[in-house]
Design a protein around this ligand. Structure first.
Ligand SMILES: [Zn+2]
Length: 301
């Protein structure tokens, strides 16, 4: 009701904002990239925060409103949001952002998914039936996401094309520079066996040649069990594993138990932009993950 009594001047001042492209992203990673590419021409809302499990999000009433007003919805895809995005899209009464429309961008169509074809696991509750959806954790996939976002923003806002292209070039130049630093930091760890909690790190591991040999979750999305934790402890001992890499929105108890019975350390890091208050950009995310992993390994073996 407060808006009804807004002074006229204030209402006028707010008018240019309405001209911005209204973008809703399912998670904060595409949001950060969209802000970097779209700059002043976009208004971006991320639904799932980086400290929440993107597989299981409780949709708030405000999400429906955000999707209703969106010019573009950007999803990670590969069923990451299957539990909560389809009801939002269908309930929001905004045909412009339905799948298949120019106002809907599924970023997974731009990358090469890993771990495809384990459909037998679906019956056991595997939340990755379409392949691994955590592809934003390879910075080269971030580049593909940025290019796809720039192209789509240009289609929806042709007047902004030159600006989006310039911002994309700046993003890629910064990414090139950052990738050199991340690769240098992780190069001494190539081939090192690690355990991860969820299968969030497949793309990061592939890029930097970490060898993921076990998972604290028995299956993606399935809570650790006592029996499985015993198996993980055995693996960690046998392989002399030094790092248990885990997403900071999961329960630490099982990984801490593994660490307490072995010489491994738990690396508790954000797996998405927004995972901590220090991780505000796509580059911040890798800075946090890479430094967390490097610190846990200490001086390279
Ligand atoms: Zn997952």
């Amino acid at each position: 009701m407060r808006t009804l009594v807004l002074p006229f001047a204030l209402a006028l001042a707010a008018a240019p904002a309405a001209a911005k492209l209204n973008v809703v992203t399912t998670t904060q990673d595409p949001a950060a990239i969209t802000r970097a590419i779209g700059g002043e021409r976009v208004e971006v809302t991320a639904l799932c925060k980086g400290f929440q499990d993107p597989h299981y999000l409780d949709a708030k009433p405000s999400f429906m409103l955000a999707v209703n007003r969106a010019d573009l919805v950007i999803a990670i895809g590969l069923d990451l949001e299957v539990g909560w995005l389809p009801p939002l899209l269908h309930g929001a009464r905004n045909p412009r952002v339905l799948p298949g429309s120019p106002g809907y961008l599924d970023l997974s169509t731009l990358v090469k998914p890993l771990e495809v074809g384990n459909s037998a696991d679906r019956a056991q509750g595997d939340v990755h039936p379409m392949g691994n959806p955590h592809y934003w954790l390879d910075p080269e996939n971030g580049r593909l996401m940025a290019r796809g976002i720039a192209a789509r923003l240009g289609e929806l806002d042709p007047a902004g094309k030159a600006s989006f292209s310039a911002n994309l070039a700046a993003f890629e130049a910064a990414l090139d520079e950052k990738e050199v630093a991340w690769a240098k930091a992780l190069a001494p760890l190539a081939g090192q066996p690690v355990v991860t909690f969820h299968r969030s790190w497949a793309y990061l591991a592939a890029r930097y040649r970490l060898d993921v040999v076990a998972y604290v979750e028995p299956k993606p999305g399935i809570q650790p069990t006592a029996q499985h934790t015993v198996e993980v402890i055995k693996t960690v001992r046998t392989r002399n594993i030094r790092v248990i890499l885990m997403e900071n929105f999961y329960d630490r108890r099982a990984p801490d138990q593994v660490a307490s019975h072995t010489s491994a350390k738990v690396v508790f890091v954000p797996a998405m932009v927004g995972g901590t208050d220090k991780v505000n950009s796509y580059f911040d995310l890798f800075d946090a993950v890479v430094s967390g992993i490097s610190a846990a390994f200490g001086s390279p073996p």
